[in-house]
Design a protein around this ligand. Structure first.
Ligand code: NAD
Length: 472
């Protein structure tokens, strides 16, 4: 049976339930309302936490193989519903259908790959008198708080990491993009026992309610640095475990030896994918001065070719910015072009609705807001550099440290520069190349802890050391 994408419910204990009050998101391309979704109150939260706690007893006792089987059958069902979920994702998030489909495909790949990893159990000593074993045990109930830019793949990363390691999970989507996340939990009903995977939709009150609730053992949070600070403060009261995946202001350093024709298209996509609303997009592009003018000319030319429009139209690359709050942030940054006498070499004209055509700012001062802040919109500063030590210092002069890349034909030189960059994810001749088997996380104000990879999975676990006197 095909998935119904017209009605939306909370998923509590494998039941579809609604609430007295409801709300809706907005289709950012048309500004029309999307369907109604529940506004969960403390009552629904308590019900879900109670169900998650009850389910934990049985689920944590299952084997990795049993959980892997359940996850693989869930991934099959996700894959079977790629088309309708991708359409729903475009309707709620605004991203072009091709990028929405790609996100669904990534989610299926993430689910299968995470569940194929092996969590280590290490014998530290095995002697005549003693055995010492280190292992990982499940934590309990995980709250998964998800942002609006990649609601599907980020939710799947959290759901699978939690349940594969033996925990139960309650997903809280962003109020801007609740639709696909509620369907992810609905699809899980056929594959997991009641209470293992649940989802609650709500308004701005629900996130703080979760971080304050004593029934959660961990909060896995992806969102802005500002909110991350609040989440950490709130979780400290009950000493919940936390993973914080926060904002980024990634620098890319283009060296003078690159093949401009080959590099420009790759870099352009990596600056403007999802209309720049990606934590790991290139947000500061440092170009060596000896190629600056030629690179800028080709880059502007290429970006001009990106089609802007509704994600449902063919060949669109730049969809609308997702919500009004984000558009207002972008408009406030755009105002600095005039106020601070910056030069836009592309764009800068008035936006219609939530559509903002790409804007490229030519060599603004390092101290300008457009360089210092994460725009999270299709607005990019390009900057000149000449001295290696100086560009490394400028790339590192940010409170953020999510990702950074170096582009050069000379891999030794690239590696030398890359080794001095302060970020959780360093790339050479690529950017935003992430894998479910590789840990991902930020340095500095870009986060605490990692997700994905074996290391990310162990952060959904307690560390346990077992000392047994005597020989086994
Ligand atoms: P946000 O911080 O506004 O919201 C994220 C989630 O937190 C939403 O579900 C929201 O409802 C919830 N929330 C809001 N206030 C809360 C509170 N006080 N307590 C608990 N939960 C609360 O972020 P956003 O605008 O949805 O997402 C954009 C930001 O996320 C950008 O800064 C981006 O760089 C970052 N991001 C980071 C990563 C990463 O992996 N590092 C990935 C995607 C996005």
């Amino acid at each position: 049976m095909s998935l119904d994408t017209t009605t939306f419910y909370n998923v509590i204990n494998n039941n579809l339930t609604s609430t007295t009050q409801t709300r809706h998101g907005i289709n950012p391309a048309t500004l029309e309302p999307n369907p109604e979704v529940p506004i969960s109150t403390p009552k629904e939260l308590d019900q879900a936490v109670d169900a998650a706690k009850a389910a934990f007893k049985g689920w944590s006792a299952t084997t990795y193989a049993e959980r892997r089987d359940a996850i693989n059958s869930y991934a099959d069902s996700l894959e079977a519903n790629t088309t309708s979920l991708a359409q729903l994702l475009t309707r709620e998030q605004g991203k072009p259908l091709s990028q929405a489909t790609q996100e669904l495909e990534l989610a299926v790949y993430w689910a299968r790959t995470l569940a194929a990893l092996t969590i280590p159990e290490t014998v530290l000593e095995a002697s005549e008198t003693r055995q010492i074993i280190h292992r990982y045990t499940p934590l309990g109930v995980v709250g998964a708080i998800v942002p609006w830019n990649y609601p599907v793949v980020l939710a799947i990363g959290k759901i699978i990491s939690a349940v594969y390691t033996g925990n139960t999970v309650i997903i809280k989507p962003s109020p801007y993009t609740p639709y696909c996340d509620l369907k992810l939990a609905e699809l899980a009903i056929d594959h997991f026992p009641p209470g293992v995977v649940q989802a609650l939709s709500g308004d701005d009150e629900l996130g703080p309610m979760m971080t304050e609730h004593a029934g959660f053992d961990k909060i896995s949070f992806t969102g802005s640095t500002e909110t991350g600070r609040r989440v950490m403060a709130s979780c400290s009261k009950t000493l919940k475990r936390i993973t914080l995946e926060l904002g980024g202001n990634d620098a890319a350093i283009i060296c003078d030896d690159v093949d401009i024709e080959a590099v420009v298209p790759k870099v352009a996509v990596l600056c403007f994918l999802c209309s720049g609303q990606n934590c790991m997009m290139i947000k500061r592009l440092y170009i060596h001065e000896s190629i600056y003018d030629r690179f800028r000319e080709r880059f502007v030319e290429f970006v001009k070719g990106f089609k802007v429009g509704a994600g449902t139209q063919p060949d669109v690359f730049i969809g609308p910015v997702q919500n009004r709050m984000q558009c207002e942030k972008a408009r406030s940054l755009l105002a600095t072009i005039e106020n601070d006498n910056l030069t836009a070499v592309l764009g800068g004209s008035r936006a219609t609705g939530y559509f903002i055509p790409p804007i490229i700012i030519d060599n603004p001062p390092e101290t300008s807001r457009i360089v210092q802040e994460e725009p999270f919109a299709p607005i990019l500063p390009i900057l000149r550099w000449s001295d290696e030590a100086d560009v490394i210092a400028r790339a590192n002069a940010s409170e953020m440290g999510l990702g950074a890349s170096v582009w050069s034909k000379d891999l030794r030189r690239a590696r030398r520069i890359a080794d001095q960059l302060e970020a959780g994810n360093i790339w050479v001749n690529t950017h935003f190349e992430v894998e479910p088997f590789a840990p991902f996380g930020g340095h500095k104000a870009s986060g605490i802890g990692t997700e994905w990879g074996v290391q990310g999975l162990t952060q959904f676990c307690n560390s346990q050391t077992v000392v047994i006197k005597g020989a086994l």
